[in-house]
Design a protein around this ligand. Structure first.
Ligand SMILES: [Zn+2]
Ligand SMILES: [Zn+2]
Ligand SMILES: [Zn+2]
Length: 325
């Protein structure tokens, strides 16, 4: 075992299914924020929802019947499935070809209470409010805290949700913090963001990389109206590479992030679009990167049974047979 100094046994203080320990071998700094496993909505977002819908959220679901033979509700003919721009394999819990998706255009529609299955099928990228994989927080001298995954994760597997205060950029006048994630620009050109400066979950500590191992995917509950904004989607962070245990998780903050804040990127990847002054000295070489990708893939093929979610949150009727962790 290592001599790492553990500042906190569980960042979430019992709110996640698996404790997220905080390692800091350099100082005693602990970030201040409220750990939250749900999104809050700012007043202006609530106003928009009420204005558009007279207090109601317009939703339609699928009409799938329970199939005795397969013992499942929603199969390939599910209307929620066919309106999703993203394919998801619920059995292995894998989003197909995650690298080919465009965050602003494409989305996944999960079944919900408005479906005949009432959300009991397992078409859920985000089946519950908790982080899906074992994670911990670690302090790095050059960039502060980051999030490390403690189990292998295969390409396409969801890790957690980006949570915080859902806000409208133009109306809520938030200061650009380091904890903001675009949600969507709706068809009235309203720009929604999630701000995790004051409240959020473990995902607010995930750092940027130009060769990130996670991507953001918009997830709607049931069928979103095409004319109106609500229901507001949630943002799932999904692996777009095979990830070994002990790896830092990253996603791409987008070039605007660096422009708005006048920052340089510290990822030192070959493809870095905003390299720091010492990039040439520290960057990885191509062969190294390719070998790593190949060996991660092989590793995950051998350890696929360790890639499972922390808990099978979908099985609604099995309260007492939780996984033994
Ligand atoms: Zn269905
Ligand atoms: Zn369903
Ligand atoms: Zn459905």
């Amino acid at each position: 075992m290592s001599n790492d100094r553990i500042l906190m046994k569980d960042l979430s203080e019992g709110k996640e299914l698996f404790p997220i320990r905080v390692i800091n071998n350099y100082n005693k700094y602990l970030p201040g924020f409220a750990y939250n496993i749900g999104n809050d909505f700012s007043e202006s977002v609530n106003d928009e929802i009420r204005k558009e819908n007279g207090g109601k959220i317009p939703v339609k679901g699928c009409h799938c019947e329970f199939d005795e033979k397969t013992q499942t509700w929603c199969g390939p003919d599910c209307e929620c499935e066919s309106r999703s721009a993203i394919s998801f394999d619920p059995k292995n819990r894998i989003v197909e070809n995650p690298l080919s998706y465009d965050f602003y255009e494409e989305f996944y529609i999960e079944c919900g209470l408005h479906c005949y299955c009432r959300g009991k099928c397992n078409r859920r990228i985000l089946p519950g409010p908790h982080a899906l994989k074992k994670l911990h927080l670690e302090y790095f001298r050059d960039k502060g805290y980051g999030v490390i995954v403690d189990q292998p994760v295969s390409t396409g597997m969801p890790i957690c949700e980006y949570r915080g205060l859902v806000s409208i950029r133009e109306k809520d006048m938030l200061n650009p913090s380091h904890y903001q994630e675009d949600l969507l620009v709706d068809n009235k050109r309203i720009h929604f963001i999630i701000d995790a400066a004051e409240s959020g979950n473990v995902s607010r500590f995930i750092n940027h990389s130009c060769a990130a191992n996670l991507i953001q995917i918009c997830v709607y509950s049931s069928i979103p109206s095409l004319r109106k904004i609500p229901p507001i989607p949630r943002v799932a962070l999904v692996a777009c590479r095979d990830i070994r245990p002990g790896t830092e998780l990253t996603f791409d903050y987008g070039s605007e992030y660096f422009k708005d804040r006048n920052l340089r990127c510290l990822c030192y990847e070959l493809c870095c679009f905003n390299p720091a002054d010492d990039w040439a000295l520290k960057t990885k070489n191509l062969r190294e990167t390719q070998n790593q990708t190949r060996s991660n893939k092989k590793f995950n093929e051998r350890h696929f049974d360790e890639t499972k979610d922390i808990q099978n949150v979908i099985e609604l009727d099995s309260d007492d047979d939780d996984d033994d962790f």
